[in-house]
Design a protein around this ligand. Structure first.
Ligand SMILES: *Cc1c(COP(=O)(O)O)cnc(C)c1O
Length: 465
C-alpha cells in the first residue's frame, strides 16, 4: 500500500500539471476511445511502469473538472481539506449502517445533520441522512411523503391515483422518481413558472384544486432552491401556505443552491424553509466537496425511520437505533460521505463555508457586470443566481459551446428556458477567481473572432437560426 500511495502522489503531481498545461483535455471521439487508450481488460495483469503510463494517459484525456476552464456543471474545483477527508474515508473504509462498524464516523454524520437542521430553522429532534446524490435524497423525500400520507402503501402497494407537484423548471429527478416509486409519470404535475423561473403558487393551488375535484389524491410538493438552468429560487413561503391548506408534504430540493443557508447575505433566498417537511442539499455542489455528498433533513424523524428501516437482526446487533444509521438510509452498505464535508467544515468553520458560498455569488455578479457592459452579449438570468445565462453575437449557444469544447478552449454548457437556448456558465467551481471570469469572456471573444466569424459566409450560416 505504501508504494501505491507513492504512485498516487506521483499521479496527483501529473494531474496538477495537466490541469495547468491543458485545462481542457482534448476530447476523444467515442468511436476512437478504445483505440486511443489502453482500456481493455485482459487475462494477464499490467504492473509497474506499464500501469503507471496507462494511468497517466487516461488522466491526460479525462475532462478536468478542477481546472480554471471548467464552467460546465453544477460542481467543479477542488478544496484540499474536503478531498483529504474523502481520501481518508477510502482508507478507513467503514460502512455507515452500524455504530459497531463505523464508530465515531456515525457521530460525524450526526453532527453534520444536527447543524444543517439548526441552520435550516428545523426544530430540535429533527433527523436526516446522507445519500449518494440529490436524485436519491429527492427520492427519499418522495417516499417519506407517500408513506406519511398513505401508510397502507408500504404493505398493499399503490391503489389510487396519487399526485405530486413540481415546477416546469425543476430537476428531472421528480418525474424519474415518480416512475421508480410506481406513482407514474402521468401523476406528476408540472407547475408554471414566472419569467424568472420561479414556481407560481397560484397555479399550484389551481392545479391541486382541479385534481381533488377529479378524484386524484395530492400528497407532495417539490420546491426548488436553485433550479438547474436559471438557478432560480422558488418562493417557499407562499408555496408552504398552499401545502398547509391541502395538507401536503413540502420538500425543498436544494441540491444546487440549498447551501445558501450558510450565508447571512443569501439565506433570505430560502425564506420559509422552516415551514418545509424535508430539505436536501448537495455538499458536492456549492460547498465544493468531492462527489457525492447529498444530505436530506426532515422534521419528521419518526417518518424517516418508518420509511427506511427494515428489521435485520444479523446486522443490528448492538447500540441504540439512533446510532445505527442503516435504519434511516436507502442503502445497506453505505460509503462514508460525511467525512469529506466534516473535514472541510471543521477546518474552515461555518464562517468559511459562508465565504465559499458568497464568493460564488460575487463571481456571478462579476460575470453579469461584464455582460451588461458589453453590448455583444444578451443576459437571460437574474441577480441572486450563480448560473449566468447569455448569448454572444447571436451565435447559437450549442454551436459555440461545442466548438469551444472540441477545440479545448473552455468547458461550458447550454440550457433552455421558454424556448430560448443560451450558454449557461456556472460560477460554482471552487478554484475560480474574478480574473478567471474575465478570461472566460475574452477566450470566447478571441475564439469567435478567429474561428466562428472569420468570413461573412460562415458567419451567416451560423447566425441563420
Ligand atoms: C443536481 C441536482 C439534482 C440531482 O443531484 P445529483 O447529486 O446530481 O443526483 C437534483 N436537483 C437539483 C435542483 C439539482 O441541481
Amino acid at each position: 500500500m505504501r508504494q501505491d500511495l507513492k504512485l498516487f502522489s506521483e499521479l496527483c503531481d501529473f494531474l496538477f500539471e495537466e490541469e495547468q498545461k491543458n485545462p481542457v483535455a482534448k476530447p476523444i471521439p467515442t468511436s476512437e476511445l478504445f483505440q486511443k487508450l489502453d482500456l481493455k481488460l485482459g487475462n494477464e495483469g499490467v504492473v509497474d511502469e506499464a500501469l503507471t503510463n496507462t494511468l497517466k494517459s487516461i488522466i491526460e484525456r479525462t475532462p478536468k473538472t478542477a481546472s480554471k476552464s471548467f464552467f460546465n456543471q453544477l460542481f467543479g474545483g477542488r478544496i484540499g481539506k474536503a478531498a483529504l477527508g474523502d481520501l481518508l474515508a477510502v482508507m478507513l473504509n467503514n460502512s455507515m449502517y452500524t455504530y459497531k462498524v463505523a464508530g465515531p464516523q456515525v457521530g460525524i454524520e450526526k453532527e453534520i445533520i444536527d447543524n444543517i437542521c439548526r441552520l435550516s430553522g428545523y426544530p430540535e429532534n429533527s433527523g436526516g441522512t446522507l445519500a449518494a446524490g440529490g436524485s436519491m435524497t429527492n427520492l427519499m423525500a418522495l417516499l417519506m411523503a407517500r408513506d406519511s400520507k398513505f401508510p397502507e402503501i408500504r404493505t398493499n402497494g399503490i391503489s389510487q391515483k396519487i399526485t405530486l407537484y413540481t415546477s416546469e423548471a425543476s430537476h428531472y429527478s421528480a418525474s424519474k422518481n415518480a416512475v421508480l416509486t410506481g406513482i407514474g409519470r402521468n401523476q406528476v404535475r408540472f407547475i408554471k413558472t414566472n419569467n424568472r423561473g420561479e414556481m407560481s403558487a397560484s397555479h399550484l393551488e389551481s392545479v391541486i384544486k382541479n385534481d381533488i375535484k377529479e378524484g386524484y389524491k395530492p400528497f407532495f410538493v417539490n420546491a426548488t432552491a436553485g433550479t438547474t438552468v436559471l438557478g432560480a429560487f422558488d418562493d417557499i413561503k407562499s408555496i408552504s401556505e398552499v401545502c398547509k391548506t391541502y395538507s401536503l408534504w413540502l420538500h425543498v430540493d436544494g441540491a444546487y443552491c440549498g447551501s445558501v443557508i450558510f450565508s447571512k447575505t443569501y439565506k433570505h433566498l430560502v425564506n420559509g424553509l422552516d415551514f418545509s417537511d424535508s430539505f436536501s442539499l448537495n455538499g458536492h455542489k456549492m460547498l465544493g466537496t468531492p462527489l457525492g455528498c447529498s444530505i436530506i433533513i426532515t422534521k419528521h424523524k419518526a417518518q424517516l425511520h418508518h420509511s427506511f428501516s427494515n428489521e435485520a437482526d444479523y446486522l443490528y446487533q448492538t447500540d441504540g437505533d439512533d446510532f445505527n444509521l442503516g435504519k434511516t438510509s436507502l442503502q445497506c452498505g453505505r460509503r462514508n460521505d460525511a467525512l469529506k464535508l466534516w473535514t472541510l467544515w471543521k477546518s474552515v468553520g461555518t464562517n468559511g463555508l459562508e465565504q465559499i458560498v458568497d464568493h460564488q455569488f460575487e463571481l456571478a455578479q462579476t460575470a453579469r457586470d461584464y455582460i451588461n457592459s458589453h453590448p455583444d452579449y444578451t443576459l437571460y438570468s437574474y441577480d441572486d443566481s450563480i448560473s449566468v445565462c447569455f448569448n454572444y453575437k447571436d451565435i447559437p449557444a450549442n454551436v459555440l459551446c461545442t466548438a469551444l469544447y472540441e477545440d479545448s478552449q473552455l468547458m461550458v454548457g447550454f440550457g433552455k428556458f421558454n424556448d430560448t437556448e443560451f450558454v449557461r456558465m456556472v460560477t460554482i467551481n471552487t478554484v475560480l477567481e474574478k480574473e478567471d471570469i474575465i478570461n472566460f469572456f475574452t477566450t470566447i471573444e478571441t475564439y469567435v473572432s478567429k474561428h466562428l466569424l472569420k468570413n461573412v459566409s460562415h458567419s451567416e450560416t451560423l447566425i441563420d437560426k
